[in-house]
Structure formats: C-alpha cells, structure tokens
Write a protein that binds this ligand. Structure first.
Ligand SMILES: [Zn+2]
Length: 360
C-alpha cells in the first residue's frame, strides 16, 4: 500500500533541496541515501545521475525521472493546502520532475516492504540531471549496461493515465549572415545589411505550425554594431521539430533556400549549422510497453489516453538507444511557471502505477 503521507513528505523534502540544472548534487545525494536505506546499491556518475536496481524475478523494466528544475527554483517553500501542493509564488514548485522522483522512491519502498508476500520483477532506476537544458544527464547514461527492454519516464504533462506515444525529432538551427559594413549616412550603397537579409528571408519562409507534424521557429536574432553602420553580421537561433524526419529535412531545406536566395540578391553570405537534439519515437497500442503500462493503469482504475507531444524528454534518448520508454503523465500542472502545483492524488497514482508495473 502506498503511504501517502510518507510520499508527500519525500516530495516536500525533495523540492526543498535546491536543484537547478547542473546543481543537482544535493538532490542526487538525497535520492542515493533513500535508495541505500532500502538496501540498494546506487551509483552516482559525474553528472550526478543516480542509477540502481531493485532485484526481483522476471523481465526487468526501467523507471526514469529527472532531478533538475527550471528557474526560478532556488529556495522553494512548498505549501500544502488540502489536496494541492504549491510554492509560495516566488519560485516554481519543482514538481517537474521531483513528482516523478518521489513517486518512484515511494513505489520502491512499497515493493521492498511487501516483497515476501508480493513478488515483483527487477526495477532499474535511472534518475537523471540536466534534463531541462538538453537531456544531458540521460545522454551520459551508459544504456548498454541497462537490462530493461521497456520502461516508463515519469515526466509527462497530463493526468496519470496519459501516455505520450509520439514525440518529434528536434533540430536546432544556428544561422550566420555576413554582409558588408559601410557608413549609413555617407555611402550606404557600399554596404550589405545582414539585418535586411535576415528580415526578408524570415518573412519569406514558413514558420510556426508548418503542417500537422512540423513546427519551426526563430527565437533569437542578434545583429549590427551601431546605429550608423550598415549591419555586417546577423545571427539567428532557431529550431525545427517534426514527427516525420522527411518533413523535418524538407523544412530545413526550405529555410536554407529562403536564406540563400535573399542573400544572393543582396550579395551576402549565409551559413547554417543544424544540430540534432533528439530523435522521434512513435508507439501504438500494439507495442509491448503501451500494452503493459495500459494494463497497470487499468489495475489502479485510471483511464488510458494516448497522446502526441511536441516536446522531448529523457525517453527520446532511451528510445534512440533501443529501450522502449514511454513518457507517462504525472499530473503536475502549470509547470515552468511560479503557479506550478501538484495534486496529491496524482502523486499517489503515479507511485501506484510503478508498483503495479513491477507486479505485472
Ligand atoms: Zn520535466
């Protein structure tokens, strides 16, 4: 049985520990100490990822959540009001994703206590760091040492019962436009404005929701050196995401073509660097991981809802490494804002889900 006050206390303890991306050492030590108290032998790597295995019988499965939070996340003072946990309004709460971590720890407590009467299969625990700034913790996990073929990532938006069965491939774009400086009052015709090239190219390319599978955005523009100098350089930082890699590549070509076309008209140069952040995944009801998670959700009375996401998570990294990991909703709300809150019953359900998965 889930001990809901113990679970809430674990969650409160966790969110009170400062854990910005890159500063998760203390939170990782809390998790490692909790696991040691259960008799496990956790390992912590250089990035403070914590991994451990709860031994059991049968096919192992993986549970994953991340420890880092987005700013403002220092000095969180959680407030419990009835069914809800919130921050004091000056910081995020950090339920994203300490809710996932707390639920996993509570489930492991229950499984360890009840093991003689209620056997379970092995559970591989992977608690990562630096998720919010680019899935860096997960990237550093040695997946070859993991034995699980399937798993859950307790880090998705939506109520417990939500399964993210589609996530896009995500590339970042770094564009550098090089023009030619000139005095803008005396001889502007001798200059080539990189800012004008950027503006015309941006206006000519499809951005936003490009099609049902694809989005594109340029979110940062930097350029120019002075009011009275024709801008010799302009840089653009953007991204493209798509559920279909062919569409992603097509969109990137369209962007580059627009840039090159305008640059040529003005006599400017363009370079574009494309960096893959993560690869897409797609599951259907027939996939074993979806079948098992749905079965476990059924046992705790949760309706299953399969959803597509426009974002990524640690699951994208595990899936690319051959472990079928599905992100599951943990019920946190308004994440990445100071209004973030966590309903306690969702926290309990997340822990129950992990327990039921272990007992399948
Ligand atoms: Zn998260």
């Amino acid at each position: 049985m889930i001990n809901s006050s113990r679970l809430v206390n674990t969650f409160l303890d966790l969110v009170r520990i400062d854990s910005p991306a890159g500063g998760e050492k203390d939170a990782a030590e809390f998790v490692a100490a909790y696991l040691r108290a259960l008799g496990l032998n956790p390992k912590t790597d250089k990035l403070h990822n914590v991994t451990a295995t709860l031994p059991g019988k049968g096919e192992p499965f993986l549970v994953n959540a991340h420890l880092d939070s987005v700013a403002p996340c220092l000095g969180v003072k959680p407030r419990v009001a009835g069914e809800m946990i919130r921050s004091d309004g000056t910081t995020v709460l950090g339920a994203d994703d300490r809710a996932g971590v707390a639920a996993i720890l509570e489930a492991l407590s229950v499984l360890s206590q009840d093991a003689p009467r209620a056997p379970h299969r092995p559970v591989e625990i992977v608690i990562t760091t630096q998720e919010e700034i680019g899935l860096f913790g997960a990237r550093a996990v040695d997946c070859a040492r993991l034995k699980s073929k399937i798993g859950v990532c307790l880090d998705a938006y939506g109520k417990v019962g939500t399964l993210v069965t589609q996530s896009p491939t995500h590339d970042t774009l770094d564009v550098k436009i090089t023009g030619k400086p000139a005095h803008s009052g005396i001889e502007p015709e001798k200059g080539v404005s990189a800012i004008v090239v950027a503006a015309q190219a941006l206006a000519a390319m499809p951005l936003g929701r490009v099609d049902a599978d694809t989005t594109a955005n340029f979110g940062i523009v930097h350029g120019g050196i002075a009011r009275n100098i024709v801008a010799p350089e302009c840089t653009l930082q953007g991204e493209v995401r798509s559920q279909r890699v062919t569409k992603l590549v097509r969109q990137e070509k369209t962007i580059l073509r627009a840039l090159a076309h305008v640059a040529k008209q003005h006599g400017a140069q363009v370079e574009m660097r494309v960096t893959r952040m993560y690869n897409q995944f797609r599951f259907t009801r027939r996939d074993e991981v979806v079948r098992q998670v749905s079965l476990a959700l059924g046992r705790i009375g949760c309706a299953v809802s399969l959803e597509a996401s426009g974002g990524g998570s640690d699951a994208n990294i595990f899936n690319a490494q051959g472990i079928a990991v599905v992100p599951v909703g943990v019920g946190f709300e308004k994440i990445h804002t100071t209004e973030e809150f966590m309903p306690i019953h969702e926290l309990v359900k997340s822990a129950q889900l992990v327990v039921e998965l272990a007992r399948l």
